[in-house]
Design a protein around this ligand. Structure first.
Ligand code: PSU
Ligand code: MN
Length: 302
């Protein structure tokens, strides 16, 4: 499905036509979630991890007013290196296309474009969700509502720990988004292996995830995502005490400076990287790598 709005890379198009496994990857984490120039190396590494897992990577972005599902090397370089690349949630897609703009896609925009292209499995780091202090700001990521209406399986290390995790889990329940703990009965905490919150369902293999996806299709009914919550290994998690201390400082700085809207998440992530001397970045990368590997296996099983 290539049309005037969307271009599928030849590799992705062939894989979908041949019913071979494809994994969608978002680009906001590359353009706005990781420091340059490391971000480009990570973007390549994640695509390689998908390939070595036997699937075709489909990194999603908008370039010059056209959505791309599957990027060439040059396009990936542009997303990682061009500082004018915007951050695009689902609601930004139409204005960006009309303005011939370029932007990296968040979970909401990526899930939408990937599902529309026929891709069923998507890997990311941590989902957006309900921010702390929601009663004042009403800041809830558009990721949640879009996932409530999109049949896609998202592999993530939970939701970003900068968020109000219990409130986000409550919203996911209300919105009808299923959560499967992968090898765990606890919801992961992004940089941390566990958020301390329980999950209702645990799966242990990619085949078990694929079985849930088939059951979802057999049942029919409203479209909704399945979240596969895959914890970062304990050996690679961020030290929980360091995490809590630096996060408290970052949240305070965010309030003091009056950072709002789309800028909140990149601001907090960057403060965490600095405040932990880069340790949060390593934990973030370990989580994303694990998710990408698992997503490739799930796409294969599916
Ligand atoms: N996970 C990461 N790094 C990121 C993000 C997720 O490890 O940068 C991005 C995703 O693209 C997610 C977005 O959709 O943050 C959420 O932004 P907001 O809170 O503004 O909706
Ligand atoms: Mn927000």
């Amino acid at each position: 499905m290539s049309d005037t709005t969307t271009h599928l890379s030849p590799e992705v198009r062939d894989a979908l036509a041949g019913r071979r496994p494809v994994v969608a990857l978002e680009s906001t984490i590359i353009a706005h979630g990781l420091p340059r120039p490391r971000n480009l190396a990570v973007a390549h590494e994640l695509e390689e991890l998908v390939r070595s897992g036997g699937a075709v990577p489909a990194t999603v972005a908008v370039l010059d007013g056209r959505a791309h599902v599957g990027l060439s090397k040059d396009q990936l370089e542009r997303v990682a290196g061009d500082t004018s690349v915007r951050k695009l949630g689902h609601r930004d897609l139409a204005p960006a296309l009309a303005a011939r703009a370029s932007g990296a896609t968040t979970v909401s925009a990526t899930a939408f474009l990937a599902a529309r292209a026929g891709i069923r499995v998507f890997a990311t780091g941590g989902l957006g969700g309900v921010h702390r202090g929601w009663t004042e700001t009403q800041d809830e990521s558009a990721d949640l509502r879009l996932l409530a209406r999109t049949r896609i399986t998202v592999v993530c290390a939970g939701v970003k720990s900068i968020l109000d995790v219990p409130a986000t889990l409550q919203r996911l329940e209300t919105l009808g988004v299923g959560i499967l703990g992968y090898g765990t009965s606890h919801f992961p905490g992004f940089y941390l292996s566990s958020s301390g919150e329980p999950v209702d369902w645990t799966v242990r293999t990619p085949d078990e995830v694929a079985a849930v996806m088939r059951a979802q299709d057999a049942l029919g009914g409203p479209e909704a995502a399945i979240v596969v919550a895959n914890p970062v290994p304990e050996s690679e998690q961020l030290d929980p005490e360091l995490h809590d201390r630096v996060l408290a400082e970052a949240l305070e700085a965010c309030r003091e400076r009056g950072v709002t809207g789309q800028a909140v998440t990149p601001f907090l992530l960057e403060r965490l990287v600095r405040g932990t001397g880069g340790a949060s970045l390593e934990a973030n990368l370990a989580a994303v790598r694990g998710n990408v590997r698992l997503a490739a296996a799930i796409a294969g099983a599916w």
